[in-house]
Design a protein around this ligand. Sequence first.
Ligand code: UDP
Ligand code: MG
Length: 312
Amino acid sequence: MNKFLLSLVIPVYEEEKLIYKNIMKIKEILETSDIPYEFIIIDDGSTDNTWNELKRLSKEIKSLQAIKFSKNFGKEAALCAGLDMVSGDGAIVMDADLQHPPEIIPKMVKLWQTDGYDVVDGVKESRGRESIFNFLTAGLFYKLLKKSSGINLKNASDYKLLDIKVIKAWRSMPERDTFFRAMSFWVGFNRTIIKFSVAKRTDGQSKWSFITLFKLAVTAITSFSAVPLHIVTFIGIIFLIGSLGLGIHTLYMKFSGIAVDGFTTVILLLLILGSALMISLGIIGIYISRIYEEVKRRPRYIVSEEINKEDK
Ligand code: UDP
Ligand code: MG
């Protein structure tokens, strides 16, 4: 194998309990497999002791760089920051809670260095323990995304190895609101998958609420597909056809002098039309708000503190 440098991009948010242990474990695996590495850790505005733990880690690990966000910008922003900092030949993006098992890193590196793949996608063989509600909503989201944009993310994860070529392509995408999983798929390149089973979280708890997941789902669908907007037009056409029929019927009744009843029809029409219009406006509104967010051109994240490799 040629000499190369692998960056490990790890977003962390309020993980004081597990971060030290877990990074040390990943480091050990990298060292036993003789993989040249650097750690790029992004503290996503934690308010607990995570940043101090990272400082403690940086004394142990010479190649560790970390930045701290000025507030919680979310995992997507943290991944953007991490990928912006990669200076090596490729990077592995993974969670800090060891739900992405580090034991498969050597295999991923082999697929990259020996077999020449540019992207190694971690695919979940089992989704680990989760609630029925999570399981069902995730299933519905993947179906919608696939139907509307053609991107199949079922069982996809954020655990990936990306060659520097791919990272450069990623950096050329300017949008503010990102969805790592789908965008790293959209860029293409020579890719392969590696299966893994999601381990149990080592400590602490998952930071995703239904609301944050729902927002992510809306971002994902609206940034990869305009199908919902076309559905609005489609609903309009259906109503137009319906109204032609009903219009003819109403006029016929009027001219035959029997036009009084039909109250039910009026109410029903009002209700149906009203809801169709509201939903349509809502969908258009979502797209407009996405455009608004993008044209503001705000930075994706703001850094408040740094730990550099060179400082030591
Ligand atoms: N995370 C983050 N910012 C957030 C929420 C989470 O950087 O606002 C990190 C978190 O520290 C972890 C990874 O993203 O390293 C995955 O988070 P979590 O384990 O809570 O999610 P789950 O495994 O339930 O999808
Ligand atoms: Mg997790």
